[in-house]
Write a protein that binds this ligand. Structure first.
Ligand code: ADP
Length: 568
């Protein structure tokens, strides 16, 4: 006879399956049917971080996945909670971040006959086109397999988001404890190395060897791969200048002599051979063509990627190198050997000349101290604090706040910068900040446009509740892009892009016991940020920026239909 102590239920099988695979943290939002799961997971020693909205829990899971190479887990309730988490799941997939969205759902029998259950929805069908893989488990004995399939799907090949549908009834199902334990799977080698074919390595090396103006482009795939030392060796041994995409900043320090960031337009237009390492030729790189890239005939691409279908997505790739970045870079290093001729001196000289000119222009701008503060003077202060605290995590979103921070604030270490990524999505701020603090234990600086902050602002309560070392800096210029737009009709409503003037975002952090600071000068901003890093207390600095500062849509004004039409 089976006594109660010899049985195990679905709740505990799920927790054990995750723990068996070294997953120790859940990001989520409790409610029917997963409230007990969050309690039991906590009781079983897992870290459970509860949010105020599922989108931010999902974003936290995605960022955790990117930073750790373990799938981040987001737990939600059915229908509306699931849908709230779905934006984050889709965003994770687009960005190639491994995460698993686990949602409770209502009963299949009722959903499939559309009989109107509590929060009824065919969640699996809805999730499928928005993620890399989607599964449902109906029987307790399949939980182990379900989790194993999710982990493999999230991590292997090109990483991405996975959905797991768990109907409420599953959690209470019981089975024999020994059989339950035996049904769990510890996933062996979830992201197998993919060694590049030797002829593809030779092809890439031949192209590099003949290059007169070579360039390396590092993307967030390269940062994710954690092949930091080999990537640095590849740059330094070949002497090839490199450009980091925004989340690859710090993979090599932005102050590295071979960084071409300060001569970006020049190198993109002039390079004859461009080696992409974990970066896609999408809109962020003008699809590899057009004015940005200069004469097409004079340019050839080498692309290192784990996804063969990425090759030729926008322009012809002369030398595809398919494999995991670690293995591909290692293979190139072997081929390069000690006698490799470094990139031509005239190319490096021309880049250095432009860099020096642009950097001294930038230094002049940053040294100005206008009143009220503008983006440059505020970021000039933050830049120095980051320089003195290179291991702090930096989260960044907004339009102008994003563009200016990316170009002004240097990064010094790999995977310290999290931002709006492939979609240019707003709303990742507090979710990413929480994950960054939880998984790295390092202080986090979140540089937020006032509009961007609004999407996830309520999570300052989460930051205070878990007492996380997060300092949010809100660049407050009274509106989306800026605060000076007027209502075209002359009516009483403010323009669609204008917020309450003189808002005190700092009071939001104070409301939950954190520290709020109102800063109107770079000096005040610098003091407050240093103090936040020193104390580790949740802090929000309301940085007052000139409300006339800021361009419509920052640097992507051209994507507004009206602007694009006028230009034609
Ligand atoms: P960015 O936005 O920084 O340019 P993308 O997200 O566009 O970067 O590109 C990342 C690329 O890296 C994707 O095409 C993805 O397939 C690839 N990638 C991710 N992880 C690895 C890995 N471990 N090895 C090889 N390629 C990878």
């Amino acid at each position: 006879m089976t006594t109660e102590s010899q049985t195990i239920d679905g709740f505990h099988l799920l927790i054990d399956a995750l723990k068996l695979n070294n997953i120790d943290t859940l990001f989520g939002l409790p409610g029917i049917p997963i409230t007990d799961l969050t309690r039991m997971a906590q009781a079983e020693g897992m870290r459970v971080i509860s949010f105020r909205h599922e989108q931010h829990a999902g974003n936290a899971a995605a960022a955790a996945g990117y930073l750790t190479q373990k799938p981040g887990i987001c737990l939600t309730v059915s229908a509306p909670g699931f849908l709230n988490g779905l934006t984050a799941l889709a965003n994770a997939t687009v960005n190639c971040f491994p995460m698993i969205l686990i949602s409770g759902s209502s009963e299949r029998e009722i959903v499939d006959l559309q009989q109107g259950d509590y929060e009824e929805m065919d969640q699996l069908a809805i999730a499928k086109p928005l993620c890399k893989a989607a599964y449902r488990v109906l029987h307790a004995e399949d939980i182990g397999v379900g989790i194993a399939r999710c982990i493999r799907a999230a991590l292997s090949g090109r990483p991405g988001g996975v959905y797991l549908d768990l109907p409420a009834k599953l959690f209470a199902q019981t089975m024999d404890a020994a059989a339950g334990k035996a049904s769990l799977i510890k996933v062996v080698d979830p992201a197998p190395r993919q060694i590049p074919a030797s002829d593809s390595v030779d092809r890439a090396l031949a192209l590099l060897k003949g290059a007169r103006r070579p360039l390396i482009l590092l993307g967030k795939g390269a940062a994710y791969a954690q092949a930091d030392a080999d990537i640095r060796a590849l740059v330094e041994k070949t002497g090839i200048p490199y450009l980091p995409m925004s989340m690859a900043k710090g993979l090599l320090p932005d102050t590295h002599p071979l960084s071409a960031s300060a001569a970006r337009s020049y190198v993109l237009a002039q390079a004859d051979v461009v080696m992409l390492i974990g970066a896609r030729l999408n809109w962020l790189l003008s699809h590899g063509k057009g004015k940005t890239w200069g004469a097409p005939a004079a340019k050839q691409f080498i692309q290192i990627d784990i996804a063969p279908t990425e090759i030729d997505s926008n322009v012809a790739i002369a030398a595809p190198l398919i494999g995991d970045i670690g293995s591909c870079v290692a293979a190139l290093l072997t081929g390069i050997g000690p006698n490799w001729a470094k990139a031509p001196a005239d190319w490096i000289g021309a880049i250095t000349e432009r860099k020096d000119k642009n950097l001294s222009k930038m230094a002049e701008t940053l040294a100005k101290n206008p009143s009220p503060m503008n983006f440059h003077s505020a970021l000039g202060a933050i830049r120095e604090v980051v320089k003195a605290n290179p291991s702090a995590m930096l989260v960044n979103e907004g339009a102008n706040t994003l563009d200016f921070t990316r170009s002004i604030v240097d990064m010094y270490e790999p995977r310290k910068r999290l931002d709006v990524g492939t979609w240019g999505i707003m709303g990742i701020g507090m979710g990413y900040a929480v994950a960054a603090a939880v998984v790295t234990g390092k202080p986090v600086i979140a540089i937020e446009g006032d509009s961007a902050f609004g999407f996830s602002g309520m999570e300052v309560e989460t930051i205070c509740r878990y007492n996380l070392p997060v300092c949010v800096v809100v660049f407050n210029n009274n509106g989306v892009y800026r605060g000076t737009d007027v209502n075209g009709s002359g009516g009483a409503d403010v323009a669609p892009t204008v917020f309450v003037k003189g808002a005190r975002y700092d009071k939001m952090m104070e409301a939950f016991g954190g520290v709020g600071v109102h800063a109107t000068t770079p000096a005040e901003l610098s003091v407050a940020l240093n103090e936040a890093l020193r104390s580790g207390k949740p802090t929000l600095i309301n940085a007052v920026i000139d409300e006339t500062a800021g361009t419509e849509s920052g640097r992507i004004t051209m994507l507004n239909p009206q602007t694009a039409a006028n230009k034609k």
